[in-house]
Ligand binder design. Structure first.
Ligand code: GLY
Length: 356
């Protein structure tokens, strides 16, 4: 499976799409969008690149509930009925749901056709669209079925982010904060000082480029997540538990919010177990609380949150929860473990930090 992909943060969508498509005939290109990007992004993409108007378009429902086998089957059906071949190309226009599902559909149709991601959300651009993870949810489990197979290219036009509401912008920013913490002090300084109230997309562009480069370097070193790619899970072990819990309570949190909250207990474990600097911990806590607000938990929820962490199969090795922690900014320590007592202490720390 291919693992090298071009990532283009475009300032000329027409020229960059042309160069990526490299003379491919419109009949050999199939476009996947969801109901939102079909309305909000596809018209602009087709204006920039009129030859795409001749391509067949498949529109799927928006949202994670559609990251489902039935939707995948409908995309395979669309490709089959419209004569796609192994030499065809799929263009996925959307956030993480579309690029994950579309990437999987393309990677498996006729044993694999090429695909290009046009990332339309900040979260997708900085994470899902890059690095080749594709798949669908199955049997109630997230990303249970999929393959790692990179797109040929990821094209990012930050203009598309202007249709996002503030919450979706800062949700994407959480993965950039994570990239800052797992890379180096300068990257952390840049992302942590970005004005998230103003959220100027021009100012975001250089930050986005260096943040994506953090992920690219890691994926290049370990595309199949045998070791250092686990660094990208920082904040996600607690974060996924917070995310699932928020869904159970009927107040679903955006993924980035849950990851931001998850970084607080994981920074605490990093401090206690590996000596992560207390001042940077406090700075991160302040920033997260100010930007993402508070998700309320009580000590009565600890058992259940712990259970949710153990359900996340990716985190559990031989009955122990596997954390990626940090000895300092950029000092990545994968395969770390913490006692149940310390995990409860990390929940206490989260509650104290959030004033709960
Ligand atoms: N989203 C984490 C990764 O791509 O490995």
């Amino acid at each position: 499976m291919a693992n090298n992909q071009k990532v283009i943060i475009t300032s000329d969508l027409r020229a960059d799409m042309r160069s990526v498509l490299d003379g491919r005939a419109p009949e050999s290109i199939y476009i996947l969008a969801d109901e939102t990007t079909n309305k909000q992004c596809l018209p602009a993409l087709m204006d920039a690149c009129p030859e795409l108007k001749a391509c067949k378009v498949c529109v799927i429902g928006a949202g994670d509930t559609h990251k489902h086998l039935d939707t995948l089957a409908s995309v395979w059906q669309f490709l089959s009925e419209n004569g796609a071949t192994r030499r065809s190309t799929m263009i996925n226009v959307g956030g993480g749901m579309v690029t994950d599902l579309g990437g999987f559909a393309a990677s498996t149709f006729k044993r694999g056709m090429s695909y290009i991601n046009v990332a339309t959300t900040l979260l997708g651009a900085v994470d899902a669209a890059v690095g080749g993870k594709t798949g669908i949810n199955f049997n109630g489990l997230k990303n249970e079925i999929g393959v790692i197979n990179s797109s040929e290219a990821v094209v990012i036009d930050t203009e598309f982010f202007s249709t996002l509401d503030h919450a979706n912008k800062v949700s994407g920013m959480a993965e950039m904060l994570k990239h800052g913490l797992i890379s180096n002090a300068e990257e952390w300084r840049k992302v942590s000082s970005f004005d998230m109230e103003k959220f100027d997309l021009k100012e975001l562009r250089p930050l986005l480029a260096s943040s994506i480069a953090v992920k690219e370097r890691i994926v290049e070193e370990d595309p199949t997540e045998k070791n250092i790619r686990k660094a990208l899970n920082f904040g996600h072990t607690f974060g996924h538990a917070f995310e699932s819990f928020s869904h159970e309570k009927g107040t679903p949190a955006l993924h980035g919010y849950a990851v931001a909250w998850g970084m607080i207990p994981e920074l605490y474990l990093s401090h206690v177990l590996l000596g992560f600097d207390k001042n940077i911990l406090s700075q991160a806590v302040r920033l997260i609380r100010e930007t993402y607000g508070v998700m309320s938990i009580t000590c009565d929820n600890y058992d259940h949150l712990f259970e949710l962490m153990t359900h996340d199969k990716k985190n559990v090795v031989k009955d122990e929860i596997n954390f990626t922690l940090l000895g300092g900014i950029g000092d990545i320590r994968i395969n770390q473990h913490a006692s149940r007592k310390l995990i409860d202490e990390a929940f206490d720390f989260y509650r104290d930090s959030m004033g709960l």
